[in-house]
Design a protein around this ligand. Structure first.
Ligand SMILES: Cc1ncc(C[n+]2csc(CCOP(=O)(O)OP(=O)(O)O)c2C)c(N)n1
Length: 174
């Protein structure tokens, strides 16, 4: 779902060009990373980890429609989107090991860290979109949420406020 003052024209707002090879490679990298991370977690090396097995294309697809200056507000299974936007695997592993330096991304400096509380990222995304609007910046805030999150108050309030704001914000229910 995209909140926009007018119907967005994806060719004119300058999305990252769709490159099938990069898209496929990032999907596979995400799948391989996932397999390895789960193995590390099961053997006690990694504290915890939220698998994105089978839904890699969602994150990668969303990120491939974003521009570098847009802002991603990920949930805990959005590694594919983060990798395509330039978050490194080392940062991801640091984060899941409990080291917050993993959220200090060397690539997309303005992207948000993983949102663990279900639904909070929707309100954050609306706030970011509101800031863009006040600053008159042509940027988009995108958050991703699971099915269960859509029954949370934060989702409903964020959704309502985002709709009223009709600013530049996006919400993807995976
Ligand atoms: C506010 C809040 N309540 C409960 C939890 C515990 N919790 C972690 S994952 C999860 C299920 C979320 O399901 P869904 O939104 O469908 O996303 P999925 O994990 O299936 O991608 C819950 C309830 C949480 N993280 N945050």
């Amino acid at each position: 779902m995209l909140y926009a003052a007018s119907e967005p024209n994806l060719t004119t707002i300058g999305c990252i060009p769709y490159r099938p090879a990069t898209f496929r490679a990032t999907r596979w990298r995400t799948r391989l990373f996932d397999t390895k991370a789960i193995a590390l977690q099961r053997t006690g090396t990694l504290g915890t980890f939220a698998s994105s097995l089978g839904q890699e294309a969602i994150g990668v697809g969303i990120a491939s429609a974003m521009r570098a200056e847009d802002v991603l507000l990920p949930s805990y299974r959005d590694h594919g989107a983060q990798f395509l936007r330039g978050v490194t695997m080392v940062e991801c592993l640091l984060y899941w090991s409990g080291d917050e330096r993993g959220s200090d991304f060397s690539g997309p400096r303005w992207d948000f860290p993983n949102c663990i509380p279900i639904g909070n990222q929707v309100c954050h995304a609306v706030g970011v979109a509101y800031a863009f609007r006040l600053r008159r910046e042509a940027r988009v805030a995108i958050c991703i949420i699971g099915d269960g999150g859509t029954s949370k108050g934060d989702f409903l309030r964020g959704h309502e406020h985002g709709g009223r704001l009709a600013g530049a914000g996006g919400l993807r229910d995976q």
